[in-house]
Write a protein that binds this ligand. Structure first.
Ligand code: ADP
Length: 192
């Protein structure tokens, strides 16, 4: 199964992706996680991405496209994957189409988590305080000011993807304001 989860930052893509991976035995490909790993490891890609990520801006398309292309070739991705945080621009979506065609793969679904954006900032603040309480590192971009930049980037660069996939007839939507379990149940119903 190959799936794309769309939705603004804080919509719950990562939480739901993890659950779907357990249910369907596929892997989660989060470009955010992969980029954070590259930043920690201090690779070339990480050095290029660090400042942009900390400011809440998107990293260049070519970087993430390269990461996803390489990652989807790994043996553990052959059973299927959930793309979380990618594509994030129409150029990335077009590159993904070309990539999948070359690999002779098709997407099973593109699902958008619809959320009330006035509630997102609370979720992000909670994510930061939960991480701190658990002794985990707090993401530098989980901060109220940076969050505004992330939401702006989402509106300007990522929201147009809904129309892109709706135009292809492949977009489904789920209410992301329901409980975590209810959102998972709605996703399962779509995926069968
Ligand atoms: P969230 O979903 O909470 O916004 P992510 O972990 O997906 O956060 O992404 C964190 C940051 O990593 C983004 O703000 C951006 O700087 C960078 N990033 C992640 N995925 C992409 C992508 N597909 N294209 C460009 N930048 C990305």
């Amino acid at each position: 199964m190959r799936l794309i989860l769309l939705g603004p930052p804080g919509a719950g893509k990562g939480t739901q992706a993890q659950r779907l991976c357990d249910i369907y035995g596929i892997i989660q490909l989060s470009t955010g996680d992969m980029l954070r790993a590259a930043v920690s490891a201090g690779t070339d890609i990480g050095l290029k991405a660090k400042g942009l990520m900390e400011a809440g801006e998107l990293v260049p398309d070519t970087l993430v496209i390269q990461i996803v292309d390489e990652r989807t070739n790994q043996p553990d991705a052959q059973k299927g994957f959930i793309l979380d945080g990618f594509p994030r621009t129409v150029a990335q979506a077009e590159a993904l189409d070309v990539m999948l065609l070359a690999k002779k793969l098709k997407l099973n679904a593109v699902i958008e988590l619809k959320v009330d954006e006035t509630k997102l900032i609370d979720r992000i603040i909670k994510r930061a305080s939960d991480a701190k309480a658990a002794g985990h590192p707090v993401r530098k971009d989980d901060d109220a000011d940076v969050f505004k930049t992330r939401l702006l980037a989402y509106h300007q660069q990522t929201a147009p993807l809904s129309a892109y996939y709706a135009g292809k007839g492949s977009l489904k939507t789920v209410d992301g304001m329901e409980s975590v379990d209810d959102v998972t149940a709605a996703l399962k119903e779509i995926l069968g």
